[in-house]
Write a protein of this length. Structure first.
Lengths: 267, 267, 267
């Protein structure tokens, strides 16, 4: 497996446009800068299509969705499809409310996604229309084996044409026929807000630099997990954990990623 | 006095739904996770009632209020009252503008609050309709004795049925008949944004785990104050202070809280 | 040159009202507190004029502009002009979309600004109506000599009556006839989000304490650059860099600023 994605991001410096929630938007901008991309965040209908036309990746995140921003997401997503710009979609809290479930359905219907990332509850809900979401975290009832996750991811990938990333204790990244399992990370990542949103933004940087294939997405997921491991080693609590996580992404390079990533292709 | 509240939060992992301002929303989500609760932030009218029905605590904070989010707060608050879910209200900047004064009045009229937290200017304005607020900080002209704070808190508690927390150099927490004074904390807490908002969110975690009584609210206030003291000991400025404050909350437990809290019942 | 501005801020504690973007709003509030000012952030049309009337400085930042907040900015700016309160304007991403270009034009037409701060692409677009902006970062094509930057700043200052701050590898601060060049700072500042927005907020504190003249604005720019140098010395990556930058502002005083600032008057 070839890991040259971070170098490609730092060379290309892709502009990643995010229509995202106001809870973790600062973290998302900072992680894009840390990996070597350039962020722009906006949400007004009057400018989103124009901003899409100058960007290399579009991230749609429904974490604090409202009716105005949903319209902007659809407009931006359609324009990105026209221009061949990869769309990375994070259905935060899908299943927790009708608004989120319907927004997810609308976006999947109107916009062709290059990558969809969520926890098992969010992805199950998007794929099968059922799930046990309690808020924005994965429901215990939705936990399942890696083999089942791969099956779900492949079916959903076949249905949408997107690379699917289901993140959790182990992460599954899959197209319709190629699947990877990543075993990096630390559970402390669940104790800060935004680890999911930041990962989605990070995938936007990888896809924006032409690394939106299953291996590229797996590299992004691995980078985030490794950063969590490094942060845990030096952390005194969740505040310093968060700072060290950003430090680790900003100093990571491809050889280090290759050395530390725990990746397996799932046959 | 029994301090088992943090353990109860970590066991129950209450989902705390916040309709809050975009300045400190990330800090509020992180402190909820740090204490062991699960946060969800949202503000669209179409989903707030549904989200209330899956949460254990509702935090309403008017820090960057607009007309759309005020409607959502009223809807969510009424639904929480129907479901018996505790509502924690933070009237940020009450008195600084008519919009905030009227929003506070509307929320107090339409929603039964379990806890109301503010600085002396905000609470005086909410209770007596007078105050000297300059922006979002307490006005020097409103400073008064602990005995006067207790009197104000008790009267306001009797009027609203809520536990009242007036925070400042010393903190007063009171129902109509039971009052505590907390003497923890450090003035450096005034040099970062969000110490008030984070405390309100923290109270949401305590109330969401069934510890919304005056002693539970006092424990939350004490935990925040102790975290401020610990952060101050290691800080090199306000940036590291903020990181260490989060570290301290994320590593705090009940025995440590019991050992460090400076609490007195006010007879 | 006299550097007493930080002391004046800490004595006066100006209330700085920011209508700003939701990406870096928390950083802006924290840096205002770090330097000794008091922040208030709000954006609803119903309260912005009232809040202007109690503040000493108004910061307008179009980073995540929408049509609602643009109306609020115009209302607040006009009111500030009536009350003689300095308006500091940051045309984030000016040139990247028609919405931003037109909003900048509207604000410059409707509101008399005391200070305008941007990168070379944003300022060139505001002044000459041309530029090569790619998102919110300065375009390489717009890089030019200090002499050219001074010429542009002076012409734009003469046109608007504002002090102009063009920030980049070297920073130019200029009225129509007095110009300073600052050579502090570190390129790492481009690897975190908000260094521009934070600087604009900081200038709001200086102007709010009566130091909105070219030397005062240069002092603010110098303070930020020095903080970047100090942060770089201790940083392990962009996460700790950001924390240390805030630490450095919160502990900076006038003698230290005077000692470290690299300032030249441009004749």
């Amino acid at each position: 497996m070839i890991f040259d994605q971070i170098g490609r991001i730092r060379a290309a410096r892709p502009l990643v446009f995010c229509i995202t929630n106001y809870v973790t938007v600062n973290d998302c901008a900072n992680i894009l800068l840390a990996i070597g991309a350039s962020p722009i965040m906006a949400d007004d209908e009057q400018e989103v299509e124009e901003l899409v036309s100058i960007c290399q990746g579009l991230v749609l995140n429904i974490g604090t969705l409202n009716q105005r921003t949903l319209r902007s997401m659809v407009l931006a997503g359609k324009k990105a499809n026209q221009h061949g710009i990869p769309v990375i979609f994070d259905p935060v809290g899908n299943g927790a409310s009708r608004l989120r479930t319907e927004a997810t359905r609308t976006l999947l219907k109107e916009v062709r996604c290059a990558v969809i990332r969520g926890n098992v509850s969010e992805i199950r809900m998007a794929h099968a229309g059922t799930g046990s979401a309690k808020g924005v975290d994965a429901a215990a009832a939705d936990a399942t084996s890696v083999a089942n996750l791969v099956r779900m991811a492949r079916a959903f990938a076949a249905e949408t044409g997107a690379v699917i990333a289901i993140t959790g204790p182990q992460d599954v990244i899959s197209s319709a026929d190629t699947s990877y399992v990543i075993s990096n990370g630390h559970e402390e990542m669940e104790r800060i807000t935004g680890s999911g949103c930041m990962l989605t933004a990070l995938i936007g940087a990888f896809a924006g630099a032409g690394a939106g294939d299953p291996l590229g997405v797996a590299a992004a997921v691995g980078a985030m997990g490794i950063a969590g491991e490094i942060a845990m080693a030096g952390s005194q609590g969740t505040g310093s954990f968060r700072t060290l996580l950003m430090d680790a992404i900003s100093t990571m390079d491809d050889p280090f990623l290759k050395e530390r990533i725990k990746i397996e292709e799932f046959a």
